[in-house]
Design a protein around this ligand. Structure first.
Ligand SMILES: [Zn+2]
Length: 132
């Protein structure tokens, strides 16, 4: 059943479906029902998004990546140009805010697509007992 459904769709790369915030199986359906709330299922291929649980992963990656980038640029600007303090406050905090909010959706969608492609799920005792 699953194999026949997969054969009918051209599954996009996880990066593409993540950047476009689309379904990881068909690449066309919307992934989100809100800003960060996932839809129940794909409106094109009917894929149930119940498997998707990236937890705090997207927030961690976004905060770390954007934080390092913005702070590196801020440190360079302070050393090179010595801007007044009000300019630093007026640029660094909005850059952090816009950077984090702007990348959170595609990063979460990318992690959901990676979960779908690699069939990742939470570990537990039942998964260990199946291998023995
Ligand atoms: Zn779909």
């Amino acid at each position: 059943m699953e194999r026949s459904v997969l054969a009918t769709f051209h599954t996009p790369s996880s990066l593409r479906s993540g950047l476009l915030c689309r379904c990881p199986r068909c690449g066309e359906g919307k992934l989100y029902a809100g800003f960060l709330k996932l839809a129940k299922r794909c409106d094109r291929c009917d894929l149930d998004y119940g498997f998707a649980d990236p937890a705090d992963g997207p927030a961690f990656f976004v905060m770390t990546g954007v934080g390092i980038l913005v702070i590196a640029i801020w440190a360079w600007a302070v050393i090179a140009h010595q801007p007044p303090l009000w300019v630093q406050f007026a640029t660094v905090f909005p850059a952090l805010l816009v950077g984090c909010l702007g990348t959170l959706r595609p990063v979460k969608a990318w992690l959901v697509a990676e979960q779908y492609i690699h069939k990742a799920s939470e570990g537990g005792a039942s998964s260990v007992s199946k291998t023995q």
